[in-house]
Design a protein around this ligand. Structure first.
Ligand code: MF3
Ligand code: CO
Ligand code: CO
Length: 291
């Protein structure tokens, strides 16, 4: 059973990877913030159709990244894999230049909850590493995003880390299975948090799922804890949003590093995350982020 690596420290971030001028980019790139989302949380059919493509590419890129989560590989090298994969498939890495984020995916290792910046730290045997990939594609002039995240183990995991990973996946799947038109959005987090608590885990509150379509974050918020009576918006057929709980071994309280991005558990316990973009159907949710 591998020993756990020491706590993370900030590493060196490589220069920004170029994107050919021929790859269309979202409007927010290199602006301070995205333009506010206009329109409803139920995108029209032509948007959903394009999201299927964006979501599939994002899922394939994340799976490819996962094959590179190995002891000795740096998270920067994982980022390079995601970057090249997206460009090769005609997609722009939505995180690159989003509110100043410098890389083409988020890599969040061990006690990093989310928004980890890929850097020069080589992964150690037994590390958990989540890779969060968002792809932006423009098809016939219409640009859309697809957002997904999965946690992978580098080499052999200690048993507690392996359990955390699988139970985080299960909690995400439970949350998605609770989606049904007519229910309140807060049903999702209630189910996720209950699934986490059953194992003594926490579910982070400060970072949530979100509506997604032509905007990366459309303004609809999907909590991963029991937020009732808040977040009582009614789920409607045709909505598109993410479910992306961050499940913690210990307390779900978080701290932010001085880089303004890296979110860590306050108790420095380990954490794991899975994310899917879903489309609400008449009977439940269809997961769009499948390879
Ligand atoms: N993909 C993340 C999400 O699930 C957002 C990353 S924003 C970044 O919403 F700027 F940190 F990259
Ligand atoms: Co997301
Ligand atoms: Co994401």
């Amino acid at each position: 059973m591998p020993q756990r690596a020491p706590l993370l420290t900030p590493g060196a971030v490589s220069p920004r990877r170029p994107v050919p001028a021929s790859t269309p980019r979202p409007e927010y790139v290199d602006r301070p913030r995205p333009a506010p989302h206009r329109g409803s949380h139920v995108p029209p059919a032509e948007v959903v159709e394009r999201m299927r493509t964006a979501c599939r590419i994002a899922a394939q890129a994340a799976a490819e990244a996962g094959r590179h989560v190995q002891p000795g590989t740096t998270t920067d090298a994982v980022d390079a894999v995601v970057h090249e994969f997206l460009l090769d498939h005609g997609a722009y890495p939505s995180t690159l230049g989003y509110r100043g984020f410098p890389k083409s995916c988020c890599t969040s290792v061990n006690e990093v909850v989310c928004h980890g910046i890929p850097d020069d730290r080589p992964l150690a045997e037994g590390d958990l590493c989540s890779v969060d990939v968002t792809a932006y594609v423009v098809l016939d002039g219409l640009g859309v995003h697809g957002d997904t995240c999965a946690t992978f183990g580098a080499g052999e995991l200690d048993e507690a880390s392996a359990l955390l990973l699988e139970r985080a996946r299960a909690a995400t799947d439970r949350g998605i299975a609770a989606v049904r038109p007519g229910r309140e959005v807060n049903v999702i987090g209630r189910v996720v948090e209950a699934a986490a608590r059953r194992h003594g885990y926490g579910s982070v509150r400060e970072y949530t799922g979100h509506g997604i379509s032509t905007s990366f974050h459309s303004g609809l918020v999907i909590p991963h804890h029991d937020a009732a009576p808040a977040h009582a918006e009614v789920i409607e057929t045709g909505m598109t949003f993410t479910v992306e709980p961050m499940i913690t071994e210990g307390s779900p309280a978080v701290d932010l590093w001085d880089d303004g991005w890296t979110v860590v558990t306050r108790d420095r316990g380990r954490t794991a995350q899975f994310e899917h973009t879903v489309l609400v159907t008449d009977t439940g949710a269809e997961v769009l982020t499948l390879p």
